[in-house]
Design a protein. Structure first.
Length: 395
């Protein structure tokens, strides 16, 4: 996630090439497993694409699961990683403006959206898709098989948020990338999406929740309701007029965590919570390296393995988003200092924004000392954020 702002476009392409090489397998697998077209990738897979064997299940573990339904409950209905990947590819285009590269990787996104357009066939009385059975990442799972409504998720937020984010960006692409039939297909799917799941407390305060219907107990420690913030950026300092829904969800989140893959640090930055983001960046930066490794950037085991690849990566993501965020609007504007603790931290920086805009500057004692924007005409598309308050600077 930190590569677009760093201008590491070649490194992004190495990830996209990996998935592009697996696309034929993903397309064929969907036909065999689900009897429809499209592409999906499980969260845990071997290097060449199939399920990790212990997750898919072997021998007697496969009973009673039909072909295509994995033995593992942890990611049985977790498909949203394809949307996450699709948004990264769209960000690659927005930031790099590389027509050839984006055209090469667009088939990945087409496959993912085709999967979602067909996978859940039931509609509610308003003509909206019913996402059931589903799960909200690994925290709210659908454990029984066959699935039981009271023990499963209906209308999980990560899938719905991911589709809103990706489809809106697809529909804003230049016409040279697509065609009228494809635009209609994407528009039809967008119109069939249910609203993001929300709840309201006794005082009438509304906030995002992980799904319209959840099991009685959770099984992991993500906060799926905040996937509308990261990775899907429907609620950020400069993008959403309803940011209070996300700020309230952040305040009410069940799991508070600032290590490994936990996302609190990135959510705080994207929501403009400068003090929270600053505190969490410092905490992560002070973490001692894992013992026994030469490279000091290798962090100790937190959740899944050692060394942790996530601990400092997420810190880096947050640090960037404290300084700069895409507004994700029609002009591809850039929010500068959306969550920077302006009075506490001085900074010199050089980062990339949408439309391959280079922003180089310095801030000292709360004052901007220098700011160079290349190309110069993009300076009119810089929005100066409010450093310490979580609010929408576009209001």
């Amino acid at each position: 996630y930190n590569m677009p702002h760093a201008g590491d476009f070649d490194m992004m392409k190495s990830l996209f090439e990996y998935y592009l090489n697996m696309l034929p397998l993903a397309l064929e697998r969907t036909k065999i497993y689900f009897n429809h077209t499209g592409a999906f990738w499980p969260e845990t897979q071997l290097l060449f694409g199939p399920y990790y064997p212990s997750d898919y299940g072997c021998g007697s573990e496969r009973n009673p699961f039909p072909v295509g339904i994995p033995f593992t409950r942890w990611n049985r209905y977790n498909f949203q990683g394809g949307l996450d990947l699709s948004l990264l590819i769209l960000d690659y285009w927005t930031f790099s403006q590389d027509i050839h590269g984006f055209t090469r990787y667009l088939p990945i996104i087409r496959g993912v959206i085709d999967f979602y357009a067909q996978h859940w066939k039931n509609l509610d009385s308003q003509g909206k898709i019913i996402f059931y059975p589903s799960q909200a990442i690994e925290t709210w799972q659908c454990i029984p098989y066959p699935p039981v409504p009271d023990a499963c998720v209906t209308n999980d937020l990560p899938d719905i948020a991911g589709l809103y984010s990706v489809l809106k960006k697809l529909l804003s692409l230049p016409s040279s990338f697509t065609n009228p039939q494809e635009i209609k297909k994407w528009s039809d799917l967008l119109n069939k999406l249910p609203p993001l799941p929300t709840a309201k407390d006794a005082s009438g305060i509304s906030y995002l929740v992980a799904g319209d219907k959840l099991p009685q107990s959770e099984t992991n420690s993500e906060n799926p309701e905040l996937y509308a913030v990261h990775p899907y950026r429907l609620f950020t300092v400069g993008q959403s007029k309803d940011i209070d829904l996300a700020l309230e969800a952040y305040k009410r989140r069940i799991h508070h965590c600032n290590d490994g893959w936990c996302q609190d640090i990135m959510d705080a930055a994207l929501l403009g919570l400068a003090d929270d983001a600053m505190t969490q960046v410092v905490q992560r930066a002070r973490t001692s390296p894992a013992s026994g490794y030469r490279f000091p950037g290798f962090m100790p085991h937190f959740q899944d393995y050692e060394p942790s690849a996530d601990h400092l990566s997420n810190m880096n993501n947050a640090l960037q988003w404290m300084l700069i965020q895409p507004a994700d609007d029609e002009r591809n504007r850039i929010v500068l200092f959306p969550a920077w603790p302006c009075q506490a931290w001085n900074v010199q920086f050089k980062l990339i924004g949408p439309l391959n805009t280079v922003i180089e500057g310095s801030l000292r004692n709360g004052n901007i000392e220098s700011l160079v924007v290349t190309p110069p005409e993009r300076k009119n598309d810089i929005i100066f954020g409010i450093c310490s308050k979580g609010q929408n600077v576009l209001n």
